[in-house]
Write a protein that binds this ligand. Sequence first.
Ligand code: UGA
Ligand code: MN
Length: 323
Amino acid sequence: MKSVLFSRFFILLPWILIVIIMLDVDTRRPSPPLTPRPYFSPYAAARGGPRLPLRRAGPVRGVEKLNESRQQPPPQPQLPTIYAITPTYSRPVQKAELTRLANTFRQVAQLHWILVEDAAARSELVSRFLARAGLPSTHLHVPTPRRYKRPGLPRATEQRNAGLAWLRQRHQHQRAQPGVLFFADDDNTYSLELFQEMRTTRKVSVWPVGLVGGRRYERPLVENGKVVGWYTGWRADRPFAIDMAGFAVSLQVILSNPKAVFKRRGSQPGMQESDFLKQITTVEELEPKANNCTKVLVWHTRTEKVNLANEPKYHLDTVKIEV
Ligand code: UGA
Ligand code: MN
């Protein structure tokens, strides 16, 4: 009797062991996700707007939050917010320009777009556009006085100042969060690398700009890590011979110089950048970016005026279409 029991036990033992091992392996295997996990814009989702694919590289706080329970990412130091101030005005290419710009900005983590319309009121076109852009944004407006709307006079002075005023107001009472401001005209072309470079701005940073000043590029000349002059084909006597697209300023500097603004009075054409930078920094203090200012990461592109010679005045289309 005893030997029968023993033999049964030894026959069953390997099977019991196999079952135990199988169960153990199965529970260790990571379960496949129920649904594929795309990246969603937390902003678009919050608005109930369309869900737009978001930057795949780099830390994005909202996205990390969504995936927190699954991935447990290592704690990230807070990325400085990039505030992009964009003056914009109504013209046939406006929506196309804003579309290009939003497509770029949407790929940049922690960017806040301050769009300032040169208009007496916020337009429907821009409001609708921003609502669907899937970006954290602020929509402002201020009209340029008629007397300043003349060729040869600086553009977008009032709009950039409105953006500055908003930033200062927003950070009036709280300790300044890390942030970087830059002026992003709506017609330029921006590489994604540019944003990585400007994000580490401590006070005021500078870099080359392509297709500007009558040359293939303009750039700050750098020696031993310091700006010592300017490579430019136009008015080399400017204190800061740099285009609006060629610099960024830390939020801290903007807040600690509350009176620094763009000026109409006394400002000559092409001197807006210098007049502004003079108020907040010195050439010696500038931080060269883009490999000691040897890489072009932004281009001063200008869109051709569209030919609307065949646009009908009377026999209009049967539907109204926003362009
Ligand atoms: C150059 C500089 O790159 C600009 O930063 C500078 O503001 C401008 O000169 C100037 O003359 O003041 P440019 O390509 O000639 O740029 O100027 P635009 O691109 O036509 O205008 C600069 C920005 O101001 C754009 O974002 C544009 O949308 C906006 N803008 C222009 C207005 O808001 N209102 C206007 O009437 C014209
Ligand atoms: Mn331009």
